[in-house]
Write a protein that binds this ligand. Structure first.
Ligand code: HEM
Length: 530
């Protein structure tokens, strides 16, 4: 045997041994990683991850393994954080190494990497900069007239067709972001733009749920698997891609046409089209920036307002107390406006408690670590997926008394609603909106929408779910009232609404009439498209 052949066979054997050793470790938790449930070879913890209510499972695990624990997903690592202090220390203080999103093959297949909430690196910086132009506090004050006008329509719609209240809230949330982003509103839930958007968005949210498509990020070869073996996922992706592009790009083109014809109405896409070169955008990015805002700005606000209605309907004493506060401080002669919010401490407590009780994004959106880091004495490798368990954090009995009960009063006695002596480091009023560089850019915009909407509904109506004997009087609302996905809100429920008096009904009618001129500049295309 020549020297060269011997050296080659030694090298091959060493490589083979290393490969076998590597294979034998797939799925197993490495030493020094945050603790977590026992793993299986190859699978890691995949077999223990439920498809539904995954945030509840994470909360059970956080009770057993602590404020930071890890899971193995085949060869990948997922770190779940349920402690506000650790979120602050890792996600906020080391934000430059936690601001990426994990690579998701499905997202790339559908959007070609153009989705502003799911990009990383350079693309993230470009898109985030552009988005911020639209969502500064100053810009948000310019969006207020249309937000107020849409809230007036919400109350009018509930008064006229109370049984459709869930759709009325959904219309409100889509219409506001549609007007401010693309310059066109949605007067009715059944409008074609709204129903197209809701349809494609539901499909989109379903396909990115774990298990809806093969795990391409873990085993890339699965992309060649004939689709009949996995629920037609390829055609579903193609269908979503076509529908997203058709809708977002048509809305963008409509906006460009309006500008060309001198009919601008000040929407976000006008700014992007005008400053396209300076912002380093191409035409498709502009469409997806609008689409990303539409997605981010509609679903969560809708879920939050619907959650508040559900909780207030199931807790009539809280509802009455809030109405008494409004009557005493504001009187009954006019609708409350955003500026009234700071004068209403009990109402503020209701909003804070609604977020604590159930936030629309119970696990936030996943982040990805871009460097190896030590966190709480544990090793978190580069490339780990980081999930922030807001649901578990806000149900932690070490922080909150009776965490499964809806008790707004807890926010009257302590800034963050915590029990005496609890460790509050890292808690902040907007923690449910995310952390670090990826924190939701739409906080102010969202507040300008849900505060007047919830104040308005409370001011205008007495509402309730009737006498439902199946509900426990102390905890009438449980996790089963909510949808089980990554982004979640109330399952459909019945609620009865009655204007609080004739006078209230007259004011609702008058406010709706006053709102109509504000709508007109966002209705330019409606006669031709509807
Ligand atoms: C109650 C309402 C809302 C809630 C609870 C909410 C919550 C969140 C959360 C938890 C994230 C992930 C943050 C992270 O990764 O750490 C997020 C991201 C995002 N939200 Fe919101 N959001 C709301 C309203 C809005 C509105 C009104 C808009 C737009 C006008 C918006 C646009 C976005 C966008 C574009 C992202 C992605 C940001 C990025 O990846 O850089 N959201 N939101």
């Amino acid at each position: 045997m020549s020297f060269l052949t011997a050296a080659t066979s030694v090298l091959v054997s060493v490589a083979l041994l290393a490969f076998v050793a590597w294979v034998k470790r797939i799925g197993l938790r490495e030493n020094g990683f945050p603790p977590g449930p026992p793993t299986l070879l190859f699978l890691g913890n995949v077999h223990q991850l439920p498809r539904e209510y995954i945030w509840r499972k994470f909360t059970d695990w956080s009770k057993r393994y602590g404020g930071i624990f890890s899971l193995k997903v085949a060869n990948g690592t997922m770190v779940v954080i349920s402690s506000p202090r650790i979120i602050r220390d890792y996600m906020e203080k080391r934000r430059e190494c936690t601001s990426d999103r994990p690579a998701m093959k499905i997202v790339d297949i559908v959007t070609s990497g153009l989705h502003p909430a799911l990009t990383s690196g350079h693309m993230f910086k470009i898109m985030r900069r552009a988005m911020q132009l639209f969502l500064t506090r100053e810009m948000c004050s310019k969006h207020l007239p249309i937000q107020n006008a849409e809230c007036a329509q919400l109350l009018y719609d509930i008064m006229k067709r109370p049984e459709g209240f869930l759709h009325h809230v959904e219309r409100l949330s889509v219409s506001i972001i549609l007007s401010t982003t693309f310059g066109i509103r949605s007067p009715q839930f059944e409008d074609s733009i709204t129903s197209n958007f809701i349809d494609v968005n539901e499909q989109w949210e379903r396909i990115v749920q774990p298990g809806a498509a093969p795990p391409l990020d873990v085993i890339p070869l699965l992309q060649y698997l004939p689709e009949r073996y996995w629920g037609q996922w390829k055609s579903t992706c193609e269908d979503i891609r076509t529908k997203q592009r058709t809708l977002y790009f048509a809305l963008r083109d409509m906006c460009a046409k309006r500008m060309k014809e001198g009919r601008s109405n000040g929407c976000f896409l006008e700014t992007l089209i005008e400053r396209q070169e300076q912002l380093n955008l191409d035409y498709d990015m502009i469409g997806y920036l609008g689409g990303g805002c539409l997605e981010g700005g509609s679903g969560n606000v809708k879920y939050f307002i619907q959650t508040a209605i559900l909780l207030l309907a199931c807790h009539p004493r809280v509802q009455e107390k809030a109405q008494r506060e409004m009557d005493e401080i504001l009187g009954q002669e006019r609708l409350p406006v955003l500026d009234d919010y700071e004068r209403l401490p009990y109402l503020r407590a209701i909003i804070a408690e609604t977020f604590r009780f159930f936030t629309p994004v119970p696990l936030g959106l996943p982040h990805c670590s871009s460097t190896d880091e030590m966190v709480e004495g544990y090793y978190v490798p580069k490339g780990s997926t980081i999930m922030l368990n807001y649901y578990g954090l806000y149900r932690d009995p070490d922080l909150f008394d009776l965490p499964d009960r809806f008790i707004p009063e807890r926010y009257l006695t302590s800034e963050f609603g915590t029990k005496p002596g609890a460790e509050t480091t890292g808690l902040r009023y907007d923690l449910h909106f995310g952390s670090g560089r990826r924190i939701c850019p739409g906080i102010v915009f969202a507040e300008h929408e849900f505060k007047p909407a919830i104040m308005g509904v409370l001011w205008a109506f007495t509402f309730g779910i009737g006498n439902d004997k199946t509900r426990d009087p102390d905890t009438p609302v449980t996790h089963e009232d909510f949808t089980p996905g990554i982004s979640a809100g109330p399952r459909p429920f019945t609620c009865h609404f009655r204007p609080r008096s004739e006078k209230h009904a007259e004011i609702i009618q008058a406010e709706y009439s006053r709102a109509r001129p504000v709508f007109s500049m966002f209705e330019q295309e409606l006669t031709t498209t509807e």
